[in-house]
Design a protein around this ligand. Structure first.
Ligand code: CA
Length: 368
């Protein structure tokens, strides 16, 4: 009797339920139905479709054990309310950009793109093989959520302007949509930064509420029709050299999941990171051609003396973030700078060197 009750007790402790008449204990597989809120208008190319594909892939690969229903901007919560919705459990998952939430923590900027920071390849390297993910987990812990890289737009465009930018004077009083730290940089240079979600930009440009806007790059910007209002399309996208998107998961919901489903979410988020970047790279060339040839858009580069001022302002912003930062924000800034310093010499003699070489007056030409 003693032995039997011990056996019963130990089985119970191990969480295994013995099934009478079965040779092996049955494996209980839980089913989950989750909501994923996003910042994106329904079907928005790249961001919206990428988030939808992520949800579909998890649902499919889990064999229907984890069904994810996607809500576009405003369906369940406002476009910029995704972080709160995941933190308070209104939704178990969210897809947006971490830098929309500087009001929560300034550290969030580094997991989208800090101005003059990391390219798409480099941010992935930092998060996955540097200290990025560990620091990110610590940053989000007090909010009861965790974040994963889940998409990247690649290098963005500086944005759309009604007039040519010839000197710093042209920034004075310019009402320009620029979220995050780019807003702070432009403010230092005399502009008036405005934060608006993507779905509201065209109307704001058309009505004159804003004079110009940055959003993403040719693929997205063509679909939102900004060329109808602004004709000058500027690089350099120093403000978002490789803008990452985040998948956020409510911590309690995460803990309630079976281990294999947690691994599945991580793997699909990583796949989405590659998938979205590939989509942006494939579609941006043809979209740029359409903007220039069909819609008469003028592609411009910010004069270097202005670009340099943007760099100096970015350094001021970084120092403010550091000075006012909590312990973890300071840790992130330090690690970001360390990684950046290590990776730049390598990028310079590898990808950057090749891209420079490609500027030489040579191109392939078939002879027949
Ligand atoms: Ca942007």
């Amino acid at each position: 009797m003693k032995r039997r009750s011990f056996l019963k007790k130990s089985l119970k402790t191990a969480g295994v339920v013995p099934v009478i008449g079965a040779s092996f204990p049955a494996i209980a597989k839980n089913r989950y139905e989750w909501r994923m809120v996003t910042s994106w208008p329904k079907g928005l190319p790249g961001l919206g479709t990428g988030a939808e594909r992520l949800a579909e892939t998890i649902t499919k690969l889990s064999g229907g054990r984890l069904i994810i229903k996607v809500y576009s901007a405003g369906e369940l919560v406002p476009a910029l309310g995704v972080f709160d919705a995941v933190a308070d459990g209104t939704a178990q998952m969210g897809h947006d950009a971490s830098y929309y939430h500087l009001g929560k923590t300034e550290g969030s900027a580094f997991f989208t793109s800090f101005p003059w920071g990391l390219t798409a390849n480099e941010i992935q390297a930092w998060v996955k093989y540097g200290n990025g993910q560990k620091l990110w987990d610590e940053l989000y812990k007090p909010f009861g959520i965790r974040g994963f890289l889940a998409g990247n737009t690649g290098t963005q465009m500086l944005g759309w302007f009604r007039k040519e930018i010839k000197s710093l004077e042209d920034f004075k009083g310019l009402k320009f949509r620029a979220p995050g730290n780019q807003g702070k940089i432009l403010k230092k240079l005399g502009a008036v930064p405005v934060i608006l979600p993507g779905g509201e930009l065209f109307t704001a440009l058309q009505s004159g509420t804003i004079d110009g806007a940055e959003w993403v790059g040719p693929y997205n910007d063509l679909s939102l029709g900004f060329y109808q209002v602004c004709k000058y399309y500027y690089s350099y996208g120093y403000h978002e050299p490789g803008a990452a998107l985040q998948l956020t998961v409510n911590e309690k919901a995460w803990q309630s999941l079976d281990n294999d489903l947690r691994s599945l979410i991580k793997t699909v988020a990583e796949a989405t990171n590659h998938d979205m970047l590939a989509e942006y790279n494939a579609r941006s060339g043809p979209a740029l051609k359409t903007l220039v040839e069909k819609h008469g858009v003028k592609v411009m580069a910010l004069p270097e003396e202005i670009l340099l001022e943007c760099g100096k302002a970015a350094n001021e912003v970084l120092n403010e973030v550091y000075e006012n930062g909590s312990y973890i924000v300071r840790e992130i800034v330090q690690d970001f700078l360390k990684f950046r310093k290590e990776v730049i010499p390598w990028t310079r003699i590898s990808e950057q060197a090749y891209l420079n070489a490609r500027r030489l007056p040579f191109d392939f030409k078939l002879k027949i």
